[in-house]
Ligand binder design. Structure first.
Ligand SMILES: [Zn+2]
Length: 279
């Protein structure tokens, strides 16, 4: 990968973390994130910086992975020779359609799209990207790393992603930048850039709570949502985060989610409590 593209990916991640903090953490850490973004932007070569600043006016997604010969954000099909040039990474190349800067991912986690029967009823709400098979009502994990491992492996075992170990590794890397724990006992570890299918969400509940990092001021984390997010679903992911935060502000909903002992029951409660907040 071109070093400038690598720098841009980190910069993009910081801008997206900034948006997450605004939505789910009442704007905590914004000053610190702004300072990091400013300093990283200043280190870009002038021509890239101009391009970056123009792109971020429109959208925080400025870098796009090539996935199955297409720009994974806008879906533009790219010529083989062009893909080769991106892969060789001698220069920074932009998508001819959406102008985002492209890179060729060497090894990545991919979501596995499950073929839905045409006769199956259209899914709504949280059912569009999760399922009873992705619910863990009683996590065995007692630490943050164990919890991410346990839920991440669930996403792989149930066939939602193709590489559980890689997913976990990337989620831990994201967590190291800034804890995803927020108020009301929630955390949302995630991996972005998981292409191939749609967004996938798994939930693990810890009855005794887990220490998920400094952001929670000593409060234990009980509800851990692990998300695999295609880049194109980034804006939707923020809406989802806002919906979950709204759900968890209600103490009755939090109480209800601690009760179920089996995945089916937890799934039923999750569907019920998110009915009005996740469309
Ligand atoms: Zn594009």
């Amino acid at each position: 990968m071109h070093p400038v593209v690598n720098h841009l990916i980190q910069l993009q991640e910081l801008a997206l973390i900034r948006d997450e903090q605004k939505v789910a953490a009442q704007g905590q850490h914004l000053q610190q994130l702004d300072a990091s973004i400013k300093s990283m932007t200043g280190k870009l070569p002038t021509d890239t910086r101009i391009m970056y600043e123009r792109l971020t006016k429109r959208d925080p997604i400025v870098v796009s992975a090539i996935s199955d010969s297409h720009c994974s954000v806008c879906g533009m099909r790219l010529a083989i020779s062009f893909i080769q040039s991106v892969r060789q990474a001698r220069e920074v190349l932009a998508c001819p359609n959406c102008a985002r800067m492209l890179y060729y991912p060497e090894s990545r986690v991919r979501t596995v799209t499950k073929a839905q029967r045409r006769t199956a009823p259209r899914k709504v709400g949280i059912s569009r990207f999760s399922s009873h098979a992705l619910m863990i009502p009683r996590l065995a994990a007692t630490t943050k790393d164990e919890a991410i491992h346990e839920i991440g492996m669930k996403l792989a075992e149930e066939g939602f992603v193709d590489n559980g170990e890689k997913l976990i590794e990337e989620a831990l890397r994201r967590e190291a930048i800034l804890s995803t724990a927020v108020e009301h006992g929630m955390a949302f570890p995630h991996v972005r850039g998981v292409e191939g299918g749609g967004l996938a969400l798994a939930l693990g509940v810890s009855e005794n709570g887990i220490d998920f990092g400094s952001a929670t001021k000593g409060n234990k984390t009980r509800f851990i949502f692990f998300l695999a997010i295609p880049v194109a679903a980034s804006a939707f992911y923020l809406k989802l985060l806002a919906g979950l935060t709204e759900t968890f502000m209600n103490p009755d909903n939090r109480k209800a989610l601690l009760v179920p002992q089996d995945p089916e029951a937890l799934w039923k409660v999750l569907v019920k409590v998110t009915r009005s907040t996740i469309k």
